[in-house]
Design a binder for this molecule. Structure first.
Ligand SMILES: [Zn+2]
Length: 620
């Protein structure tokens, strides 16, 4: 979805929302004050997204509209309020609109937009506006890219209710008629989908975070029940982690962006969390969810994705910040376990750049959140820890992006500036390209030379890849740039050592599949003309020996070691292989990993149609 061409001719800089709510009738009188700058003098119609009828609030009526105090004509249909723009506009001119509206009685709530709900048998009101549902309860240019600089949110409602919203509480006035008026002020730019109300006879409690300058941030909790009798029971424990979490993220991303306001949670009718600016709407407060929504204050709220195409800049970051929290609290093993949990390749073949149409599409858990988090995990390894955290800080503090919006290209630019690396292939293949690398590794040792072949099936990625070669006496770590579908590399192996293992990406920094074959691909060598099983070397041996064989056609291959009574000791191979020259190493152990006794063994190589046998002598 895109703002209309008329919406792109204005830049909203202020919304004032004023609601007079009647709980008995589930209806509202609403008054809105909107200020915007004229960007283009061809503006004819001021177009504001505003639903005409919505289950959550009932029928919506616009009674009058004024511009700079004078009544103007308007139409309200198809979820759009269209207001005749004044003549003789000047670029940069500021215009003030007032809108008088009402709605109700409400129908059944549908979870999106504005909800008249019940929680624990009591009236609960809450809003949920991502991606495009702010329009269900107030008129706006309802797209992430047009953030006002500030807002006021004023609600008058029965005096036993507590109104929780974004920003700072300016006043709470008892009107003496059974109602109270609550005034919240938002002093920083805010995307329309991040504006929220959560209203209930709340239990209000709190905590605080003290920053490096000794400034205090109030942490406010608006909960349906007393924290000592919480439901669920671990609410208090996880809520209490917030000061430590803010300390961590302030260290990693930069100062908490809304120090002059607050942070907190307000309960709502959903089980999940939603990062409403300075006041997350919180369902089931799991530890990872508390961390995730907090991270959004930097990535999502302070820097908002320019459009939902780039939602990974919100959700991939917040999902990744969960892993940073686990790493901080439990160490790097748990960090890697959490990244492994974010891997599910059968659901991660799509692009991270998403179509901006369906909600399910935008908020794809395995792509926008998890594959997005892997992009940061991979970037971290490519640029190194120090540079990676410099990037996160530079991005959060970029004067063009801070309190504004960002695209993937803008994030890429920050990454390239800080790291000095050309990361275009990286972002193109991982954000705009589908799938993930699918590697096959082949190896063959000849004396002191190890020949390694790497092939990629499917899409060819360009990535620096760690390799770990293990021999009978040493471990060799190296990094290879793999950027073609078929590549060969030679390694010098210390004299007398035999390669026992080759692992690509041993610490799991790449979202990928990898397979291993001891032997070489058909592409790497001449195609053998005969099927054969060669003499093992060395022979006699203790305990390692290498067994070469050739396949002249694609075959399913089984290679087993058998004792002289004909009992299978271990099966070393059971795969389908292309024609080629291969070798396999046996370490003198049986299938349970126990060393076998010295003596004569047979190696049996079998394909669908042929069998070959050779004799091996193990000495101890
Ligand atoms: Zn999120």
């Amino acid at each position: 979805m895109q703002p209309t061409s008329e919406q792109q001719k204005i830049d909203i800089n202020y919304y004032g929302l004023n609601f007079d709510m009647d709980i008995a009738t589930t209806s509202m009188e609403k008054q809105f004050l909107i200020r915007f700058l004229v960007l283009d003098t061809t503006l004819e119609t001021i177009e504001l997204d505003y639903s005409t009828n919505n289950l959550g609030v009932g029928e919506i009526t616009v009674n009058a509209v004024t511009i700079d105090g004078a009544t103007v004509s308007f139409t309200h249909s198809n979820d759009m309020l269209s207001i005749l723009a004044p003549d003789n506009l000047v670029v940069g001119q500021q215009i003030t609109i007032e809108i008088f509206s009402d709605c109700g009685p409400a129908g059944n709530h549908d979870d999106q937009g504005f909800n008249w709900d019940y929680e624990f048998g009591q009236r609960a009101i809450w809003t949920n506006s991502q991606p495009y549902d702010a329009r269900d309860w107030w008129p706006s240019v309802d797209f992430p890219r047009d953030k006002p600089d500030s807002m006021d949110i004023v609600v008058t409602i029965s005096d036993f209710m507590t109104v929780a919203s974004n920003g700072r509480l300016i006043s709470e006035i008892d009107n003496g008629d059974g109602t109270k008026t609550w005034h919240w002020h938002v002093g920083h730019p805010i995307a329309t989908y991040l504006v929220s109300l959560s209203i209930y006879d709340f239990y209000v409690w709190g905590d605080e975070y003290i920053d490096a300058n000794n400034d205090t941030l109030p942490i406010m909790f608006y909960t349906y029940s007393h924290p000592d009798t919480p439901n669920p029971s671990y609410m208090t424990t996880n809520y209490r982690l917030l000061p430590e979490m803010i300390t961590l993220y302030a260290g990693q991303f930069g100062p908490y962006p809304f120090m002059d306001e607050k942070y907190g949670h307000a309960e709502w009718g959903e089980s999940y969390g939603m990062e409403h600016q300075t006041l997350t709407s919180m369902g089931d407060p799991t530890e990872r969810r508390v961390a995730h929504e907090l991270c959004h204050m930097w990535y999502g709220d302070m820097i908002t994705c320019h459009s939902y195409h780039h939602i990974w800049l919100n959700e991939g970051f917040a999902r990744y910040a969960e892993a940073l929290w686990w790493e901080h609290r439990y160490g790097s093993i748990v960090y890697h376990e959490k990244m492994e949990e974010a891997k599910r390749l059968d659901r991660q073949t799509g692009t991270i750049y998403v179509e901006d149409t369906e909600t399910d599409n935008i908020f794809d858990w395995w792509l926008s959140y998890n594959k997005g988090s892997w992009v940061l995990h991979m970037l971290r390894h490519i640029v190194g820890d120090e540079t990676f955290f410099e990037i996160l800080q530079a991005y959060a503090n970029d004067p063009e992006l801070k309190y504004a919006t960002a695209t993937t290209e803008q994030f890429q630019m920050v990454c390239e500036e800080v790291s000095g690396l050309d990361l275009n292939n990286f972002f193109q293949q991982w954000i705009y390209g589908p799938s993930y690398p699918q590697y096959q590794n082949y190896r063959a040792q000849t004396g002191e030379n190890l020949l390694v072949q790497v092939t990629q099936s499917g899409i060819t990625f360009d990535m620096p890849v760690d390799f770990r070669i293990t021999t009978t006496a040493s471990v060799i770590d190296t990094v290879l740039r793999i950027n073609e579908g078929f590549m060969t590399f030679n390694f010098q192996i210390p004299p007398g050592e035999i390669v026992t293992n080759l692992v690509m990406d041993p610490d799991n920094w790449i979202l990928k599949t990898s397979e291993y074959v001891v032997g070489l691909t058909e592409k790497g060598l001449d195609k053998p003309e005969i099927f054969s099983l060669g003499a093992n070397f060395p022979n006699p041996f203790n305990p390692l020996t290498t067994i070469p064989y050739n396949l002249d056609e694609q075959s399913s291959v089984s290679l087993s070691i058998v004792d002289i009574q004909g009992r299978e000791v271990i099966q070393l191979l059971n795969v389908s292989q292309a024609s080629g020259r291969y070798q396999v190493t046996w370490n003198g152990q049986d299938r349970d990993g126990n060393p076998v006794e010295a003596g004569v063994y047979l190696c049996r190589l079998e394909t669908e149609t042929r069998t070959a046998i050779s004799k091996l002598l193990l000495v101890r």
